[in-house]
Write a protein that binds this ligand. Structure first.
Ligand SMILES: Cc1cc2nc3c(=O)[nH]c(=O)nc-3n(C[C@H](O)[C@H](O)[C@H](O)COP(=O)(O)O)c2cc1C
Length: 366
């Protein structure tokens, strides 16, 4: 086995070509991101829902409008705290922030991230067309859109070049057939070979070389579990990989231990695709909550929309489906029966909870 190359994105070079994927609602916070950065990878804090369990948020505020505003501000303050914590734990590591375009407060969170020391911003779940505008004050911050197709990457490159005179510093190419969490394809498109890395990576590399004359690093994401998966992605032309699910079963992952243990107990056949109120499918582990969602009956909730967290939400608008923020938060707090446990297609293979350094060594040693 040859040794893995380093990964340079913008002005940052990581010893190992591994980015830990952002995992929302406090699954990847400062603890996990700093541990990955200290082990020579790139650690990512997910900015989504950080305020939810923070001292800055009051869920009992009676006015929905004030609750919404309070939540956005809590997310901002909690992100600053998390970045400071990560920097204290990893003074020299590469730390980035993942912000979903689909979330309310997107612009505020992106600005907060780069103004508080995030080395890079990774952004998907929608087209991050304005990302360069929001980060213009901090040009050293590297920008990475997440795409699932060469077509989407082209739209982003053309718009950024025309409007802002810049291109992405790297592009995360996430395979919806295997990634965990919200997926960048419609349900009826899933399983198509057109979404596989074997198809998308070469097509995108050809576009970047032939039409833009650019050598933008591509980062493959979705279903990457071991060294063989990493080697396969690099052979296809990826410069690095983004890994989410495998980092859940680490000591430093910020989520409740019961969530990690639920991942340990899972079997490959427990990984299913559910619909989410965002209007995108999501990949998750089967549990009593998911069984109800799959049966089309996640109990029409009488609960009000908590904080209007998403730009598009079927629960907010029609009480259809379920409140995704509450469902993800319940799971992250350890309620793996009635919460939503996101997971990639390779979940069910983890055998024990490892320190990040041990996992990184396993993934990178030649
Ligand atoms: C529990 C969980 C939460 C996630 N949350 C986010 C998120 O907040 N934003 C995002 O862009 N991607 C999110 N993802 C996707 C990951 O960042 C990563 O790209 C994906 O999990 C890669 O596939 P893998 O899990 O098979 O490694 C999440 C994935 C999981 C498993």
């Amino acid at each position: 086995m040859t040794s893995l190359p380093t990964l340079t994105i913008g002005q940052y070079t990581a010893r190992h070509p591994i980015i830990q994927g952002g995992m929302g609602i406090r699954i990847s916070g400062a603890g996990l991101a700093a541990a990955v950065a200290n082990a020579g990878g790139i650690g990512i804090i997910s900015a989504i829902g950080l305020g939810m369990r923070s001292a800055y948020f009051d869920p009992h505020e009676p006015s929905p409008k004030k609750r919404h505003e309070n939540f956005l501000e809590a997310n901002r303050l909690a992100l600053i705290d998390e970045l400071q914590k990560a920097r204290a734990l990893s003074p020299h590591g590469i730390i980035g922030v993942n912000v979903m375009v689909a979330a309310h407060g997107y612009e505020l969170l992106v600005k907060t991230a780069v103004q508080n020391g995030a080395n890079l911003v990774i952004s998907g779940a929608g087209l991050p067309l304005k990302l360069p505008a929001y980060t213009a004050d901090v040009p050293t911050a590297a920008l990475l859109p997440i795409v699932s197709s060469a077509r989407t990457a082209k739209i982003i490159c053309q718009k950024w070049q025309r409007q802002y005179g810049r291109l992405p510093d790297a592009i995360v190419v996430e395979n919806p057939n295997s990634a965990g969490g919200h997926l960048g394809a419609k349900r009826q498109e899933l399983d198509s070979p057109d979404l596989e890395a074997e198809q998308v990576l070469p097509e995108l590399i050809a576009y970047l070389h032939n039409e833009l004359q650019q050598d933008i690093p591509l980062i493959a994401a979705g279903g990457i579990w071991d060294r063989a998966d990493i080697d396969r992605m690099l052979a296809l032309g990826a410069r690095g990989v983004q890994i989410g699910t495998r980092f859940i079963t680490t000591e430093e992952c910020d989520v409740d231990r019961r969530y990690k243990e639920f991942h340990l107990q899972a079997k490959p056949e427990d990984v299913v695709v559910v619909s989410s109120p965002v209007g995108l499918p999501g990949r998750a582990l089967k549990n009593p909550f998911v069984e109800k969602v799959l049966a089309g009956n996640p109990s029409k909730s009488k609960e009000p929309c908590l904080v209007n967290c998403l730009k598009v939400c079927k629960f907010r608008d029609s009480r259809d489906t379920y409140c995704i923020l509450r469902a993800l938060d319940r799971a992250a707090q350890g309620d793996v029966e009635t919460g939503l446990v996101f997971a990639g297609s390779h979940a069910g293979q983890a055998e024990k909870i490892l320190p990040v350094a041990e996992l990184m060594a396993e993934l990178t040693l030649s």
